[in-house]
Each structure stands twice: as C-alpha cells, then as structure tokens.
Design a protein around this ligand. Sequence first.
Ligand SMILES: Cc1ncc(COP(=O)(O)O)c(C=O)c1O
Length: 394
Amino acid sequence: MLSNRQLFLKYLGQTSDNPCLLEIEKAEGIYLYGPNGEKYIDLISGVSVSNLGHGNISVKQAVKEQIDKHAHLMVYGEYIQVPQVELAAYLTSLLPECLNTVFLVNSGSESVEGAIKLAKRYTRRSKIISFNNAYHGSTHGALSVTGNEELKRSFRPLLPEVYHINLNSINELDLIDKNTACVIIEPIQAEAGVRIPDNNFMQELYKKCKELDVLLIFDEIQTGFGRTGKMFGFEHYNITPDIICFAKAFGGGMPIGAFVSDKKIMNSFTYDPVLGHITTFGGHPVCAAAALANLKEITKNNIIEEAKEKGELLKNNINGKKIKEIRGKGLLLAVEIDSFDNILKFIKQGIKNGIVTDWFLFDNKSFRITPPLTITKEQILETCKIINKTLEEL
Ligand SMILES: Cc1ncc(COP(=O)(O)O)c(C=O)c1O
C-alpha cells in the first residue's frame, strides 16, 4: 500500500520539485499535529490565513449551522442569501464610507481579477501600473500585475499595457497618466519579504491618482484583518483606496475573497452590458457564514491591538549572529539572514525543533514569522527560544 506521501506525489499536481512534505493530521490554536504525535508551532498560518488560529469555535459553529441550512444554491448575485448579505453589511461597517459595496468571490486571485476589470470598466482606460516584486496571484490577470518576470515569462502574452515601477520611487509615479485605469499596490509587500512603503511615497501616489482620476487598488490579501496590527493595512497611511481586495484571512480558514468599492464604481459591472464579473461559487454561503463569524471574533477582544505588541515582543526576543534585519508590522514579519542555503537549513532544522516557517516568493534570504494573532505572549517567548536555538544550530 502506498503511503500518504507517495499518494501525494503520485496523484496531486505538484507546484515545485521541492515541496515541504509535512503531513498534518490536526490543527488547533497555534499548533499543527502530525500523524505520529509530532507537534509544531505554526509560524506561517497557511500564509496569513489563520489569524484566529486553527479551529476557532465560533467559526466552526457558523460552518456547522450554515451547512445544516443550505450550501450552494445559485450563482453569485441572484438569490438573496442571508450569510452573504450579513457578511457584506458587517464588512462595510468596518470600512470607510466610500468602500460600501462588496463583491464576493472565491480567492485572492479572483478578487484581483475583479478589481482590475472593475477599474478598466469604470474608467474606460486600459493602462495599469503595478510594482516590482509585488505578488497578486496566479491567474492570467493577477499574474500580469505580479512583479516578477521569472514567474511570468512562459505565460506571455499576458495583459497588455501593464507597467511595473519600483516601490518608493517617487519619480516613477510620472508613468501614471490620463490613460491609466488603476494602480495596484500591497500596503505592505508581503512576498517581496515584507517591504513597507514609505509613508511619503504612499501620499504622493494617492495624490497622483486623485489628480488624474486613476483608481487606486489596495491588495490587502495578506495585510487585511489585523495581521499588521491594524484592521487593514491602509490604516497605516491614512489614505483610502478606491478598491480594496481581500481573501486569505477573510474566511477564517474557509475559501472566500472579496473586492470592495463605492457603489457608483461597482455599478459599472451591472450595466452596459450586464454581467461584468460573474462567479458560480463566489461568496459561498458556508464560507460567508464562516467569514462573518471570523470578522466578529477578530473585532472582539483586543486581538488587533495586541498583534502590534506581540510583533514587538517577537522582534525584541529574536537574536543571533546571522540575522541581518527583522522587518515588518504587527505579526507580518520577515527575518533576514545571510543566505538561501541557511534559510533552507533553518526551515528543515526548525521542523525538527518544533516550528514551521517558510521563505518568501521573492526573497529567499528571509524566513516568515506570521503566527496566528491569537498566539500568547508566553507562546511567543517559547517560539523565540526555538528560533534562536535553530539559528545557532545552522
Ligand atoms: C498579496 C497577495 N495577493 C494575492 C494573492 C493571491 O491569492 P490566492 O492565492 O487566494 O489566489 C496572494 C497569495 O499569496 C497574496 O499574497
């Protein structure tokens, strides 16, 4: 009989020739459990997904209650389904007034697709500005705005009229002009290795977009829902985007995404012609119920404020000769060390020592520290001890 590892390699499409191959049977809180009693502290959170930790009771309850009522009924946008309606109303109550209309989708990539399409349709322009080292997803449109040539090369032609500029390069903002439909940016570039734009740059970008009626899209797929110590990444800059993209942590572990905008912008999908974006499973009722429970939990207690303090605690207690820099906000952190070789060793040795971490798509000298926001201060100190010990063992 084949082992689960052999079945995984034989029957599942592989994304690389070097998958992590950790077998996980159960997950609870900040811990992942293997089939033979192995226990790991999760420093990845499924890539900024499990903000409340694994197995949150309210989220599980919402899933159970909704599945007992109904699962999928009809394509998005036709029937009135309570979980979708309640979720959209709650989400917009957390956002500024001009982000008042929610389009529910399935994933981060789909939310980026929807946001870009919406910007083109609303402005009737076609040029798009994005950033080098940005990651926005793997479908053709989202890949087009992703800022890494290696990932894109073999899929060309991609979307035309997409231009990438460098983060914090104010001069390059001149590329934004009257033909530009939108600029898409992550409030903190996550997969670039957690790179924080300068506040000044963000203000200039915002000004330029306003001057030229260019829509500003924030991809908050990794930064959203408390991860950076604020509910949303845009709050760090005091500016409001025209369209905002969500996924990952939105569903509390269930697959759901959204893009949100002002009604007058969103309405351009509705008319001339109709069906500007359509999706069968977008806003799946079970996922929407989970997302609502998740948002209510995240906004309860002090989870978000504490994420900021916890990030500082982590930063202050991680040390080692190999560390070059620790970057980030809240619990979206990157620890940069000396080489990719040592990153690989660190990840392997970390698993032996009981922590799981990962490198970033576009930064192979840093490992990520993005634990569930519910990690306690004691658990942080325990985690830091393991990180430091693992660094010493390299
Ligand atoms: C910033 C950002 N945008 C978009 C995506 C794409 O999301 P998904 O994998 O759900 O399609 C990701 C995924 O890692 C991401 O980090």
